[in-house]
Design a protein around this ligand. Structure first.
Ligand SMILES: Cc1cc2nc3c(=O)[nH]c(=O)nc-3n(C[C@H](O)[C@H](O)[C@H](O)COP(=O)(O)O)c2cc1C
Length: 196
């Protein structure tokens, strides 16, 4: 698949088939993710890839609780988007796999390190999401995991180390045929592009 085709095809998927993603494929995706540019070549990432049913169910429950807590703020605008969101948050849209990326904090790190590490991890996850398209997989980044209570509980479920901080969370799986992404209106280039 050509890169541009993968970029065009990648949309956030919120409805998945009941099929697990094989670990071999997850490994390949992570291998490509970590080829991303990253600040100071610190490679600050730790990938927690969940495919265990019990853990997956605990995390799904945790996300639903967080969704309900934030519902008023995060409520999607249209009825259609609300329906997609409700299905997604009720049971991860049926997905069996999750990927969480933590960053390793360093003691007494200068202030610029944290934002740079976040950007590095976002670069890695974009690589991963584009390679996933090539494998016939769909992904959706879930920012809803962010928040002190949820992050604490998630850290316990995943048994993360003390010096690790959650940056990115993805759900990944084989899209259902009836998966329709949110309507997406793009801003026009004239509003976002300034040649100097
Ligand atoms: C940092 C980040 C956080 C996101 N958090 C959520 C989320 O919590 N729930 C959700 O349904 N989609 C989430 N998304 C997906 C966006 O809604 C989606 O990327 C955006 O609407 C553009 O649509 P597209 O990905 O289909 O092109 C997130 C995306 C990013 C990059």
């Amino acid at each position: 698949m050509k890169l541009k085709e993968a970029i065009d095809k990648r949309r956030s998927v919120r409805s998945f088939q009941e099929k697990k993603v094989p670990r071999k494929i997850i490994k390949e995706l992570v291998k490509n993710a970590v080829k991303a540019p990253n600040a100071g070549n610190r490679q600050p990432w730790i990938f927690y890839c969940v495919d265990n049913k019990k853990k997956r169910d605990e995390i799904s429950e945790l996300l639903l609780t967080q969704f309900k807590r934030l519902w008023k703020q995060t409520r999607a605008k249209s009825k259609r988007s609300q329906k997609i969101s409700n299905n997604f948050y009720t049971n991860l849209g049926g997905a069996k796999n999750l990927i969480f990326v933590y960053r390793k904090k360093v003691e007494n790190e200068p202030k610029y390190i944290q934002p740079n590490d976040m950007i590095s991890i976002a670069c890695a996850l974009e690589n991963l999401m584009l390679c996933a398209v090539e494998e016939g997989l769909g992904t959706c980044w879930i920012g809803t995991f962010k928040g002190p209570k949820t992050e604490k509980k998630l850290g316990e479920i995943l048994k993360v180390k003390k010096n690790e901080e959650l940056i990115g969370s993805l759900v990944i799986g084989y899209p259902k045929k009836d998966n329709f992404p949110f309507n997406k209106k793009m801003k026009s280039l004239k509003d976002i592009l300034r040649f100097i």
